[in-house]
Ligand binder design. Structure first.
Ligand SMILES: *[C@@H]1O[C@H](CO)[C@@H](O)[C@H](O)[C@H]1NC(C)=O
Ligand SMILES: CC(=O)N[C@H]1CO[C@H](CO)[C@@H](O)[C@@H]1O
Length: 379
């Protein structure tokens, strides 16, 4: 499934599982109490259920699920089949949209062979709330188990009140399972700063522009139902910039030879993301001036975690001044002209600007740039 957001946006990875921040570290291998501490379990299928209620006042949004069953499993959420696994040594990852309040995770795990052998269920479920709060549920004795799998066991309304608590067999990593292979983080081919363009205003002539402050804006409207949860922005400007996301100040840079990278929370999650840059060309009377940026928006949607990548190009807008409030979300830039593309990353006089791998700390506005509330920026 591919859709077009706007011609300058490239949706690189829809409906794939994103790089998961979750792992099995705190998860336990669980089973029924059959066989006690003996890990040799009778073959056959067992049912597992975990009801999940969000804390008071919170509304659940989505869950990243990492799961493996020995020998195999079928996973359900609220009665709906999510996926199956057929190897005890290779986990699967899913991202699912949750119901706002109660959610029921149900798993049918089947131990193969016809002689007793190790069997277990191992899972980590990272639950995200609409306010950005994240919580992780793991397999442990809070799950309910049954020695057979009754029809309809996966339904929300199924009564598991007589099912006993799961028996913890082992911590993750223990023998005989050892470390489980988790899905490769779907390293989506994103645009990078090296795909970006140097942009400025229509004042550029012979590679030079007048000194002074200029304003740039880019508003990204996501398709209905999609909301951005964070923005990773790598940028630099000749000579100075202050970056604003959703009207809040993110950081300032003073050296066009080295870009900064910021990871900014979009709170509340939003269908529209406004990026504004105050940029200063400071060496007079005229000198090269430019802005170059890469923006990766992480989105929260039913499939979770798709990334929208874009770079500075002619779809950004500029103003020859810095009008009051230009950095704000609702500011009307409809009359602003399209940015002038000076050339690709690597062009002279800037050459190969250093692209950072580490994130930069947030900072306040440059002298003369609008003051605003600080954005929530990862350190
Ligand atoms: C549980 O899984 C096994 C193995 O795939 C299957 O044969 C059985 O029908 C499943 N039970 C239910 C109730 O879904
Ligand atoms: C970890 C482990 O030993 N798992 C066993 C599960 O069952 C299969 C047979 O169906 C065995 O081959 C595995 O060794």
């Amino acid at each position: 499934m591919i859709f077009k957001v706007a011609e300058t946006l490239i949706l690189l990875a829809l409906c794939v599982t994103q790089a998961l921040a979750i792992d099995f570290t705190n998860s336990k291998w669980i089973w029924t109490s059959e066989g006690g501490t003996d890990l040799q379990k009778q073959p056959g299928s067992r049912a597992f259920r975990r009801d999940y209620y969000p804390p008071l006042g919170k509304s659940a949004l989505s869950a990243d699920i990492l799961i493996v069953g020995d020998d195999g499993y079928t996973l359900y959420l609220n009665g709906k089949q999510i996926g199956v696994g057929q190897s005890w040594s290779v986990a699967q990852a899913y991202c699912v949209r949750l119901a706002p309040s109660c959610n029921v995770f149900a798993v049918n795990v089947t131990n193969g062979s016809n002689v007793p052998n190790p069997a277990g269920l191992l899972a980590a479920i990272q639950i995200k709330y609409t306010d950005g709060f994240v919580e992780t549920v793991v397999t442990d004795s809070s799950w309910h188990v049954n020695t057979n799998v009754p029809a309809g066991f996966q339904e929300v309304g199924f009564d598991d009140s007589t099912w006993p608590a799961a028996t913890v067999e082992a911590n993750y990593g223990a023998s005989p399972w050892g470390l489980i292979s988790t899905p490769p983080s779907a390293a989506s081919p994103r645009l990078s700063l090296t795909d970006a363009n140097w942009i400025w205003t229509n004042e550029v002539s012979g590679g030079n522009a007048p000194i002074g402050n200029r304003a740039f804006r880019k508003t990204i409207t996501l398709p209905a139902g999609q909301r951005a949860t964070s923005a990773t922005i790598t940028l630099t400007a000749d000579n100075w910039y202050t970056l604003y996301v959703q009207g809040k100040v993110v950081g300032t840079g003073f050296d066009f030879r080295a870009a900064q990278k910021y990871v900014v929370d979009i709170l509340p999650y939003s269908e529209e993301v406004t990026i504004a840059v105050w940029a200063l060309n400071g060496n007079g009377p005229t000198s090269p001036a430019g802005l170059i940026a890469e923006v990766d928006l992480t989105m929260e949607d039913c499939e979770c975690g798709s990334v929208l990548s874009l770079v500075t190009d002619g779809s950004w807008k500029y103003n020859l001044g810095t009008p009051v409030g230009f950095e704000q979300v609702g500011y009307d830039d409809s009359a602003w002209p399209a940015a002038v593309v000076e050339g690709k990353y690597g062009m002279q006089p800037w050459g190969n600007v250093v692209v950072p791998t580490a994130v930069s700390p947030p900072s306040g506005p440059a002298p003369g740039a609008p003051s605003a509330m600080p954005a929530s920026v990862a350190m």
